[in-house]
Write a protein that binds this ligand. Structure first.
Ligand SMILES: Cc1cc2nc3c(=O)[nH]c(=O)nc-3n(C[C@H](O)[C@H](O)[C@H](O)COP(=O)(O)OP(=O)(O)OC[C@H]3O[C@@H](n4cnc5c(N)ncnc54)[C@H](O)[C@@H]3O)c2cc1C
Length: 512
């Protein structure tokens, strides 16, 4: 039959051990890694502590309303196609991608707005309404972003970074492309209008960093969006998770949900399996973890003396922000609202300072509003609408008491929506509930309840980030947001390609 048998034991038979691979965590990174290992011929077991796969891409239901809990902006859709193609299959037979237009609507505090995408012409037309003199600067910014994309995404994205020489080799490119600047500083170099600077520097927030503290390499996201557009999975991101889950099962990956790995077992400095919370030991030749790397190093390797990722180093790292997300259904449709709207608050700089430095909730926060029925009408019940709205907030290191802050922020958000995008929201609110950084800590074992693991600062990227191959334990590998290349759906799926490159470099042969 398939390649798996060429490696010996078959997953699910209880005969795992030599040749067997275990993946801890079923986020997009974990699912992609399990598929890639399977395609290399490994019998694979995927262990996920939640009830469903998908990690932060959960689906919540509340009565007749259904909500995608996490990622909604899907970029670089070819990365999904590649996973199906590993097995000679077509993603189109499993899930459909719909084009989103505009990609985002950014509404500024003065009431004006920018429609970004779905083409350069459309974006420029919208810029023209705000600041026509900035169009040449915008074009130069886009060209710069494209050069960053070629280096940061195409060249370095899939490349392992555990060898400092890789970083040194890229240094000249990074200096030439002004990688020492922040994303905000890059937009300020090219555009004069403060609204445009804000709109085009938001990208780091999508991966957990401050636009003012994140290297402008992340401005490559702009070029990425131009290259493949922004899409939405028909049926929601949950449908995309289901498609991958089906593929995993069809290809013989043994998926176990509600299975929390408590410990990674080691012998003589080498991973030899995992032990779950119910005491089950699962031997393995390779252990790949999609769990938060800081949590893994801090708690899941008892008895291993860590040389690099010591508790002290983990404490000193800068963790990404948290998110407050309110899911709500309305008993009317809001067809005037775009699929993705960002409503900027009045004080961008102050808000970033509150989130990343002083650890406070902003009085009038910026909001991201998700209305999937703008692209896929089936995402809401007939005549109704299903939304989520989120605000970036400090992570749990700020010590905020979310039992009181949560309901207060809900009220602030309702007032903001009333005064901006949805004046009649209270009249039509059918249901709502919210999650805070505490939920991220409980559900996904996220260090400090961070929504995106560690911040993508220069000193926490590439070689400085958690390596895809552990330097503490042989046979242990990392995929997902905390490792290279970083958070966001394209990043975590790419991390599984990095894993393959690491295995290739180790001489791990693909079974014939
Ligand atoms: C609200 C929100 C909106 C977002 N929007 C976007 C967006 O629009 N576009 C985009 O590209 N990105 C977005 N992101 C970021 C993106 O969702 C994440 O970076 C990405 O999904 C993380 O994937 P991951 O593979 O690292 O795993 P995760 O999704 O973090 O999954 C890790 C899994 O490991 C499991 N796990 C942890 N510890 C254990 C253990 N010990 N045993 C077993 N299982 C364990 C967890 O339960 C979890 O399921 C968003 C994130 C959030 C929170």
């Amino acid at each position: 039959m398939r390649q798996a048998e060429a490696r010996g034991a078959v997953a699910g038979t209880g005969t795992e051990g030599s040749g067997h691979a275990v993946v801890i965590g079923g986020g997009f990174g974990g699912m992609a890694a399990a598929l890639r290992l399977r395609a290399r011929g490994y019998p694979v077991t995927l262990l996920e502590r939640g009830k469903r796969l998908g990690g932060r891409a959960q689906v919540y239901t509340d009565g007749e309303f259904r909500f995608d809990a996490g990622p909604t902006v899907i970029t670089a859709p070819y990365l999904f196609d590649e996973l199906f193609a590993l097995f000679g299959k077509s993603r189109r037979d499993y899930v459909e991608f719909l084009e989103v237009a505009p990609w985002y609507r950014i509404r500024f505090y003065d009431g004006t707005h920018l429609d970004y995408g779905p083409t350069q012409e459309a974006t420029e037309e919208s810029i023209r309404q705000l600041s026509p003199d900035d169009i040449p600067g915008y074009r130069r910014f886009l060209a710069h972003s494209q050069r960053l994309f070629e280096i940061g995404f195409e060249k370095l994205g899939p490349q392992p970074f555990h060898d400092p020489r890789t970083l040194l080799a890229t240094a000249p490119d990074l200096v030439r492309l002004e990688g020492y600047r922040s994303v905000y500083s890059l937009t300020a170099k090219y555009m004069r209008d403060e609204r445009l600077r804000q709109a085009f520097s938001l990208q780091p927030l999508l991966v957990g960093g401050s636009p003012r503290g994140t290297t402008c390499v992340y401005a490559l996201i702009h070029a990425l969006e131009h290259r493949w557009g922004v899409v939405f999975a028909k049926g929601g991101t949950g449908a995309l998770v289901d498609a991958l889950w089906r593929l995993l099962e069809e290809e013989g990956v043994r998926v176990r949900t509600q299975a929390t790995v408590e410990r990674i077992d080691t012998v003589d400095g080498r991973a030899c399996g995992v032990t779950t919370a119910d005491g089950t030991r699962i031997p393995a030749e390779k252990v790949v973890t999609n769990a938060d790397p800081a949590f893994v190093y801090r708690t899941m390797l008892p008895g291993v003396t860590r040389k690099r990722w010591t508790d002290r180093k983990l404490q000193r790292m800068r963790y990404a922000m948290g998110l407050f997300v309110m899911y709500f259904g309305t008993n009317r449709r809001y067809d005037e609202l775009a699929h993705h709207t960002i409503a900027m608050g009045p004080d961008y700089v102050g808000e970033l300072k509150n989130i990343f430095r002083t650890g406070q909730i902003t009085e009038i926060p910026s909001l991201y509003l998700h209305r999937p029925s703008a692209t896929d009408p089936d995402m809401a019940p007939e005549g109704k609408d299903a939304f989520y709205v989120l605000a970036a907030v400090p992570n749990l290191q700020a010590g905020i008491d979310w039992d009181t802050a949560g309901p207060a922020l809900r009220e602030t958000i309702l007032q903001r929506l009333e005064s901006t995008l949805m004046p009649d929201i209270r009249q039509h609110l059918a249901t709502d509930f919210h999650i805070t950084p505490q939920n991220f800590q409980h559900a996904y074992l996220a260090e400090h309840g961070s929504a995106f693991t560690i911040q993508p600062t220069f000193t926490q990227s590439a070689w400085f980030r958690f390596h895809n191959r552990s330097e503490e334990v042989r046979g242990l590998y990392f995929v997902g947001a905390g490792t290279h290349p970083g958070a966001g759906v394209p990043g975590v799926i790419t991390s599984a390609k990095v894993l393959e490159n690491v295995l290739d470099a180790e001489g791990d042969a693909v079974a014939a």
